[in-house]
Design a protein around this ligand. Structure first.
Ligand code: BGC
Length: 749
């Protein structure tokens, strides 16, 4: 017996059972459950509004559901739980699950933004607040974090992850798992996390959501797996399988992923849920002949729980009865689900106190955390002539753009089911910061998706209002320019609506949608100082703005307190210190674009001799790891403790960072390596360490990194296994992926 407290036991001290005790209780439960109930535990049912079959109440009463999703109603949770624990045959409590991706009531920056903080503690604290609110609402389990590496900015779901890099991605993965789950599974005020979507989903052909993925094993293991493995190491309770085909085998029927790697190699002991309807979809995908075969193949591949398709419920009992599967096969899948229910304390505390949520969401520290997270996530891309920070004694500021007063765009993609956006917008944040000034506002023409998505009814650009006519858009355009003309300074808030990134929200172009760039050009032509604030869920190709607008702040989708955080930065109360977790391509057609690509036969720098494209530079507009500050830094004195290190040993790398400017600021010091030759060709640069530091003017700090087999080794295609080659390495330490401060290191046997 441990001394920890159970999640449900806010009022009482209640010891958490040991592993052996959990196992004993699970076996006792299995011993009294019918086969039908066991299959029920493998079934997650969509709540009434989404159910494609019988009412959840009836399924639960028969013991046909282990978990419920797409419900966000505390009273209903208790009502359904009552049926499960009082009326179902074995009285096993339900797990209530929902997508709590970047906040429940208090909304945090979208995950791509949180990764821009390069501060895992931001992600950890944000997800801890999200967990506390969600748990108080009666939820037990969130479908997050999303850990898909994304190197193609056209892919809409890039917004849900940590960007293009496995090292940053792994750090953010572990931090989010710790934030959601707390120190142990079942900790009070926390929920079970779910590492999704296993695996490779971010590499969809052409960036088109759900399209097949072809990734050689080396890429999978070196680039796409590390965040997932980090989540396992951090103790994540559950995994979600991805939708798409991975190398011609759907991820939800993929034994290599779910059995060999996840359980076999990484020792994962939790359970795997399919993505929504994914088991049923194996038929549509042309993998299984019918539902029966889909159920058989998914279960055999190692998928424990069927999200929403009812395929397990319909077919598993029959598959056991006709001898295709054994009861033991089913029980093996049920065990980790029951174990998590025991660990969460649901048998002792199945219900939620219905008054708790109101108290929890009123906690002032939640807003404070959200504002801090937003401040730390923003990236200053450009600041010519030190236009920023703006003076607080400005008297007449125009705030222009379709997103300037949009609560939806400020909170961003993936709202919790049923949540009403209530963010402080950029307009509101600026007005609050300048109480004595005239702050005018004009949205300009609206922006909309060309093709609607099935989420669209819930979002700003669809469903609610009829589209603007071209005449209305023209009037809005003219009003916006006229409003800007009267101001001392113009803040343009442009980018993408919340429904323009996320699931089923891929784009072929990365341009500012609608007439936004035209509006930006017209306003810039007025000759006033213009600051561009971007609200968006993916890199955008902002080449014109980069050449013509003096100040650009990438604010992403910054959450509930986003408008305040933008104003804090614009008016210099906070010095921006975020860095890009993704490369910004010059054009959408350059995607996928990422810094860690391999060298080619054509020497680097020979762009004119052998251009990658003849119609423009293929280099990023803003490189991975880039971000400015209101102060300046110098990074010097790079030292590798020893010029040689033995295979299997570690070496220390240090560098000094100095704040050479006149205000307090943050620098993210980054270490990159390149292996010069070896079993395989290796990327020209790979991030292997980073640290975000705060420095006073004139202050110097030393940053220490460790390079050992974990950083210097890799999975080799030639060798068919993980290797650490005895070879020469370049080391760079600096402020972005173009760092020039260099040292040599040789790995020897
Ligand atoms: C998404 C998942 C999500 C699930 C449940 C699916 O469409 O791909 O990320 O967790 O729905 O809402």
């Amino acid at each position: 017996m441990g001394v920890k407290k159970h999640a449900g036991a806010a009022a009482q001290e209640m010891p958490v059972p040991s592993e052996t005790e959990v196992a004993k209780r699970v076996e006792a439960l299995l011993g009294r459950m019918s086969l039908e109930e066991k299959v029920g535990q493998l079934t997650q049912v969509g709540a009434a509004a989404f159910a494609h079959g019988p009412l959840p109440e009836d399924v639960i009463r028969k013991g046909g559901a282990g978990s419920i999703l797409w419900l966000n109603d505390t009273k209903q949770f208790n009502a359904l739980q009552k049926i499960a624990v009082e009326e179902s045959p074995s009285k096993i409590p339900l797990l209530f699950a929902l997508d709590v991706i970047h906040g429940y009531h208090t909304i945090f920056p979208v995950p791509l933004a949180m990764a821009s903080s390069w501060d895992p503690s931001v992600a950890e604290r944000s997800q801890a607040v999200a967990a506390k609110e969600a748990r108080a609402a009666g939820l037990h389990w969130t479908f997050g974090p999303m850990l898909d590496i994304a190197r193609d900015a056209r892919w809409g779901r890039i917004v849900e992850g940590a960007g293009e890099d496995p090292c940053l991605g792994a750090a953010m993965a572990a931090a989010q798992v710790r934030g959601f789950q707390g120190p142990y599974l079942g900790a009070p005020d926390h929920v079970v996390a779910c590492a999704k979507h296993f695996a490779g989903y971010g590499a969809a052909d052409g960036g088109r959501d759900y399209d097949p993925v072809y990734l050689p094993e080396g890429q999978l293991r070196n680039v796409y797996f590390p965040p997932f493995e980090a989540a396992v190491r951090a103790g994540v309770g559950t995994f979600m399988s991805a939708y798409m085909d991975l190398n011609d085998v759907p991820a939800s029927g993929n034994r290599f992923l779910l059995r060999e790697v996840l359980r076999g190699e990484w020792g994962f002991k939790g359970f795997v849920v399919s993505d929504a309807f994914a088991i049923g979809n194996l038929v549509i995908q042309g993998f299984a002949r019918d539902g029966r075969e889909a159920a058989f193949r998914a279960l055999s591949a190692g998928l424990n729980m069927d999200m929403a398709s009812s395929t397990y419920l319909q077919h598993l009992v029959g598959l056991v009865k006709d001898g295709t599967l054994q009861v033991a096969d089913i029980e093996a899948m049920v065990r980790p689900i029951l174990a998590i229910k025991v660990q969460m304390g649901l048998f002792e505390h199945p219900y939620i106190d219905e008054s708790k949520l109101a108290q929890v969401i009123a906690l002032p520290e939640h807003k404070k955390e959200a504002r801090l997270a937003a401040q730390r996530s923003m990236v200053l891309l450009r600041n010519e002539g030190k236009l920023l920070p703006l003076s607080k004694s400005l008297k007449n500021v125009a705030v222009i753009g379709p997103l300037a007063d949009s609560k939806e765009a400020t909170e961003g993609s993936w709202m919790v089911f049923g949540h009403n956006p209530a963010a402080v917008t950029v307009l509101e944040g600026i007005r609050a910061k300048l109480p004595g000034a005239k702050v005018t506002y004009a949205p300009g023409p609206e922006i909309r998706r060309d093709l609607a998505s099935w989420f669209e009814a819930d979002t700003i650009s669809g469903g609610k209002n009829a589209p603007q006519t071209p005449e209305q858009a023209e009037t809005a355009f003219k009003t916006a320019v006229a409003t800007a003309r009267k101001a001392e300074v113009v803040v343009m808030v442009l980018g993408e609506n919340a429904d323009m990134s996320g699931e089923a929200a891929s784009r072929a172009s990365l341009d500012l949608p609608g007439r936004q760039e035209e509006l930006l050009e017209a306003v810039a032509a007025l000759g006033k100082p213009v600051v561009l604030v971007l609200l968006n869920g993916r890199p955008l190709s902002i080449t014109w703005a980069t050449e013509n607008v003096p100040a650009i702040l990438e604010a992403w989708e910054p959450g509930s307190e986003g408008g305040h955080a933008v104003a804090d930065i614009l008016f210099g109360e906070v010095n921006p210190g975020g860095k890009l977790p993704v490369s910004f391509p010059r054009k959408g057609s350059h995607a996928p674009l990422y810094y860690a690509r391999n060298l080619t036969h054509s020497p680097e720098g020979s762009i004119t001799y052998n251009p990658r494209y003849w119609d423009g530079l293929p280099t990023p507009l803003y490189p991975f790891g880039f971000g400015l500050s209101y102060t300046t830094f110098s990074i010097t004195n790079l030292k590798v403790a020893s010029p040689q290190v033995k295979v299997g040993s570690s070496v220390e790398v240090t560098a000094d960072v100095t704040n050479t400017g006149s205000v307090l600021g943050d620098e993210v010091v980054q270490l990159y390596i390149h292996q010069k030759a070896g079993s395989d060709s290796r990327p020209k640069r790979e991030l292997k360490g980073f640290e975000r530091l705060t420095l006073k003017p004139g202050e110097t700090k030393t940053v220490t990194f460790h390079l050992g087999p974990a950083e210097l080794g890799y999975w080799s295609t030639s060798a068919g296994k993980r290797v650490q080659d005895a070879e020469a390495f370049d080391i760079w330490v600096g402020a972005d992926s173009l760092a020039t401060l260099h040292a040599d290191l040789t790995v020897v046997r």
